[in-house]
Design a protein around this ligand. Structure first.
Ligand SMILES: *[C@@H]1O[C@H](CO)[C@@H](O)[C@H](O)[C@H]1NC(C)=O
Ligand SMILES: *[C@@H]1O[C@H](CO)[C@@H](O)[C@H](O)[C@H]1NC(C)=O
Ligand SMILES: *[C@@H]1O[C@H](CO)[C@@H](O)[C@H](O)[C@H]1NC(C)=O
Ligand SMILES: *[C@@H]1O[C@H](CO)[C@@H](O)[C@H](O)[C@H]1NC(C)=O
Ligand SMILES: *[C@@H]1O[C@H](CO)[C@@H](O)[C@H](O)[C@H]1NC(C)=O
Ligand SMILES: *[C@@H]1O[C@H](CO)[C@@H](O)[C@H](O)[C@H]1NC(C)=O
Ligand SMILES: *[C@@H]1O[C@H](CO)[C@@H](O)[C@H](O)[C@H]1NC(C)=O
Ligand SMILES: *[C@@H]1O[C@H](CO)[C@@H](O)[C@H](O)[C@H]1NC(C)=O
Ligand SMILES: *[C@@H]1O[C@H](CO)[C@@H](O)[C@H](O)[C@H]1NC(C)=O
Length: 445
């Protein structure tokens, strides 16, 4: 497959000099010979009715047809009589507008159907009925309408991509009997999913489904939409207009592991949205969050990554990140001003803390009480003036303590004196004379 892609890149370069006449295509056939695709036929000015003659069935195991040029319609007979066809690519500049239902029947070996970059506006009922493809790629068209039964019984489809179209709503009855790994709906204008839309969409394996709804127009997460229990494991909702998260919004997604909510309009993260779940990673960066409930991330034994950078948090809460397991905690670019008494006492050992680019002026003398081991802590680009040399006396780190970009008095005895058990303390950007010395290398730990 790899070598085919390579061939294709060269081919596109080659063909860019051939300007096809309107309503005619450049049809290229490939055969799989051993492990690589070999170009078998290239015919210019062809009609899609001729594909069968051009890509004559051969003894090869698999065949591929690439159609470029100007093709408005794919007809019912376009791909008939090529039973070994395993890939069809009709894409870019082809301006395909219509597919007659029945075009893709009798293609038992078809794995990949790629219709990217065309001008399709709707998908009719039964267009892909009983197709056994693994990848059905419809991205970069102008699809605004999916008819009832548009995607029925695609029993082998792993990835269905409708990314970059003009969809506004997903409706019930469009997706039936699908067993998928990945559903791509990113970069449309979807603001609504009808209840029941995913009622007969099932995960292909135990891992669950990746559901990409990023770069759309959602304003909330409607829990009742996700009635396909135990299935979604990655929910991507970055770049929407979600302004509210409510307790229970994710209640129908008990297998969720990755949640992407970057670049929305969230102001608060209350308790009861994430706590108690199996989520591993939560990305909440680039919102307007100024409040996070004390127990918002409680009882999450798998949580290892939280990104809340680029928000409006002013106050650190000691109870945010309790619980077992080292975590990567990113709070860069917020408005934190003080690090209070026992702030990090509850942080699990081995965690990585990113607190750079806040407005931290003071750090309580007991901020690190009972903390003995961190991966690293980044306090760079804050407004720290006083650094108590006893603050991190007992804190060992595998990585760096970054104190650059503050107003700390440069220590004559080298940067290590500020955190004697840290592997290295970065300060030389602010204090060019200071000696930074790594105590040991991380792989010796
Ligand atoms: C394709 O059509 C154009 C215009 O009709 C013609 O000039 C050209 O020779 C044709 N190419 C082939 C390979 O038939
Ligand atoms: C298919 O190819 C064979 C030889 O490879 C040829 O004899 C036959 O005419 C071709 N059929 C069509 C429909 O082009
Ligand atoms: C789906 O396909 C299976 C076998 O491929 C068939 O038995 C079944 O009737 C089909 N269902 C629908 C709704 O088309
Ligand atoms: C999800 O969709 C967005 C928007 O179209 C896209 O930028 C992103 O690459 C997609 N992510 C994945 C993992 O497919
Ligand atoms: C978001 O979607 C718009 C149109 O739907 C598109 O132009 C833009 O490139 C997309 N942005 C990303 C980051 O995918
Ligand atoms: C997105 O959809 C809304 C209706 O939900 C519509 O008012 C708006 O014009 C659409 N935006 C684009 C860019 O198509
Ligand atoms: C999560 O938060 C809600 C609301 O505060 C609370 O009722 C619930 O007991 C919490 N669940 C877990 C598992 O911590
Ligand atoms: C966390 O969010 C910041 C701010 O948007 C972003 O720059 C960074 O790449 C994110 N980090 C990770 C590891 O996702
Ligand atoms: C700190 O550790 C001591 C001894 O291990 C323990 O008694 C104390 O409760 C801990 N303090 C906090 C705030 O966890």
């Amino acid at each position: 497959m790899k070598s085919f892609k390579t061939t294709l890149i060269f081919l596109i370069v080659e063909l860019s000099f051939v300007l096809p006449t309107p309503n005619s295509a450049v049809i290229t056939c490939y055969h799989l010979v051993g492990n690589s695709w070999e170009k078998a036929q290239v015919v210019e000015n062809a009609s899609t009715h001729q594909i069968k003659e051009i890509c004559n069935e051969s003894d090869e195991q698999k065949q591929c047809v690439e159609v470029k040029g100007s093709v408005k319609i794919l007809y019912e007979d376009s791909f008939k009589g090529i039973p070994k066809l395993s890939e069809i690519e009709v894409y870019s500049e082809t301006n395909l507008e219509e597919i007659e239902p029945g075009t893709f029947t009798d293609l038992p070996k078809l794995d990949i159907l790629d219709l990217s970059g065309n001008n399709l506006q709707e998908i009719k009922s039964g267009t892909f009925v009983n197709l056994k493809v693994q990848h059905l790629i419809l991205q970069r068209n102008s699809i605004s309408l999916l008819r009832e039964g548009a995607f029925v019984n695609l029993s082998d489809v792993q990835k269905l991509s409708l990314e970059r179209n003009n969809l506004q709503e997903l409706k019930r009855g469009v997706f039936q009997e699908l067993y998928v790994v990945q559903l791509e709906f990113g970069s449309n204008n979807i603001s609504k999913i009808e209840v029941g839309t995913f009622a007969s969409v099932f995960p292909r394996d135990e891992g669950g489904i990746i559901l990409n709804l990023s770069n759309n127009s959602f304003t909330e997460i409607d829990a009742s939409v996700f009635d396909y229990k135990y299935s979604v494991y990655a929910l991507m909702l970055a770049k929407n207009s979600i302004s509210i998260l409510r307790p229970g919004d994710l209640r129908n997604l008990p297998n969720l592991k990755y949640v992407l909510l970057s670049e929305n309009k969230l102001k608060e993260v209350p308790e009861g949205v994430f706590n108690g779940s199996k989520i591993v990673s939560i990305e909440l960066d680039n919102n307007e969050i100024s409040f996070i409930g004390s127990k918002a991330f409680d009882d999450m034994k798998d949580l290892t990554f939280v990104n809340i950078s680029n928000n409006k948090l002013k106050e650190w809460n000691n109870d945010w990140f309790c619980g077992e397991g080292a975590k990567v905690i990113r709070l860069s670019y917020n408005y934190l001003e003080t690090i209070p008494v026992e702030a990090f006492t509850n942080i699990p050992g081995g965690s990585m803390l990113k607190l750079d680019h806040n407005r931290i002026q003071s750090i309580s003398d007991s901020a690190f009480k009972n903390v003995t081991y961190l991966d690293s802590i980044d306090l760079s680009y804050n407004e720290i003036q006083e650094w108590n040399v006893d603050l991190m006396r007992n804190v060992k780190t595998d990585g760096a303590v970054d104190l650059n970009g503050n107003k700390i008095k440069c220590p004559e005895s080298g940067s290590n004196s500020l955190a004697p058990k840290a592997r290295i303390v970065y300060l030389s950007y602010s204090c060019p004379q200071v000696i930074e010395k790594a105590l040991y290398f991380s792989d010796e730990v």
